[in-house]
Design a protein around this ligand. Structure first.
Ligand SMILES: [Zn+2]
Length: 293
């Protein structure tokens, strides 16, 4: 009886979810599965037979269904609009009526500073774009998962952060190894790439473009890697360079970024005061794709 009921419930969910298993409709589907999962777990009958293999297996089956029907990669794939694939982007060409700006954060995930930054973004309801280094990701996987869970966009920033010219195989390895770890750690697939140091001639950008990545540069730097500058200077740099469609560079990793953390709230407040809305790089390029059409 329990098994028959379970089977009926499962086939009902499958029937309900399969046609709508598209991006955008995944929320109701998730809710449906979670509701069912919950009702099964809190059902007093189910509790009575808590040790029963049937109810345990049913829970497991629902979990598995979630994985099969909603693979993470469907929800967590960052692919540029076609016109930007294999190109280098410095900023968005956005109409002045659309006052948007994209904050980008390089070299993490990093202990402490990344999470401090996430807290500030959350308080301000801002989504940013994080370009990760493979070897940083390797040491801070939990922080990476928090970045993704909070809805930020992700890009690839190589494994070792190299500047010097390299052969094609090395360039491929720098990018592919990082892409693989990003996927294994967070379920994210991304074809956004930021070249370390903004170097476009060492073989990395060439390989990325061949692989249909969008190579994302920046139009405004906070200059937060300048060891002598004060946080106030970072704020000033960004506010001076801000314009609709601008891509702002800052760092959460690769060294002590406490000055960036100190500058960030003022930077955000200043931009908000000027009427800016914050978008991720994928959102910026989507907007641009549309306004050009
Ligand atoms: Zn970097």
């Amino acid at each position: 009886m329990a098994i028959a009921l379970a089977a009926a419930a499962i086939s009902f969910i499958v029937g309900m979810l399969l046609p709508g298993n598209q991006q955008g409709s995944d929320k109701p589907a998730t809710a449906a599965v979670q509701n069912l999962n919950q009702s099964l777990t809190v059902n007093p009958l189910a509790k009575e037979v808590g040790g029963d293999r049937t109810s345990f297996n049913l829970d497991r089956t629902v979990e598995e269904l979630l994985t099969v029907l909603e693979p993470k990669e469907k929800r967590l794939t960052f692919v540029p609009p076609e016109q930007f694939q294999g190109t280098t982007v410095f900023e968005g060409t956005i109409k002045y009526s659309q006052k948007v700006i994209a904050l980008t954060v390089d070299d993490g995930p990093w202990p402490e500073t990344t999470e401090q930054m996430l807290d500030i973004f959350k308080q301000n309801d801002i989504k940013a774009t994080f370009f990760w280094i493979g070897k940083s990701l390797e040491t801070s996987p939990d922080i990476a998962r928090r970045v993704v869970a909070e809805g930020h966009a992700i890009g690839n920033h190589t494994w070792h952060h190299p500047y010097d010219p390299m052969d094609a195989a090395t360039a491929a390895s720098e990018i592919d190894r990082t892409a693989k770890l990003i996927y294994e750690t967070t379920g994210v697939k991304t074809t956004y790439f930021r070249p370390p140091g903004g170097v476009l001639t060492n073989g990395l950008a060439k390989y990325a473009k061949e692989q249909n990545y969008s190579v994302v540069m920046w139009s405004v730097t906070s200059a937060d890697t300048d060891p002598r500058a004060q946080p106030e200077a970072f704020v000033e740099n960004v506010l001076k360079g801000a314009k609709p469609g601008a891509i702002v560079l800052m760092h959460d990793g690769g060294g002590d970024r406490s000055r960036t953390i100190k500058a960030l709230p003022d930077m955000i407040a200043g931009l908000k005061e000027e009427g800016y809305r914050f978008v991720t790089i994928p959102e910026l390029l989507e907007m641009q794709g549309k306004s050009a059409a």
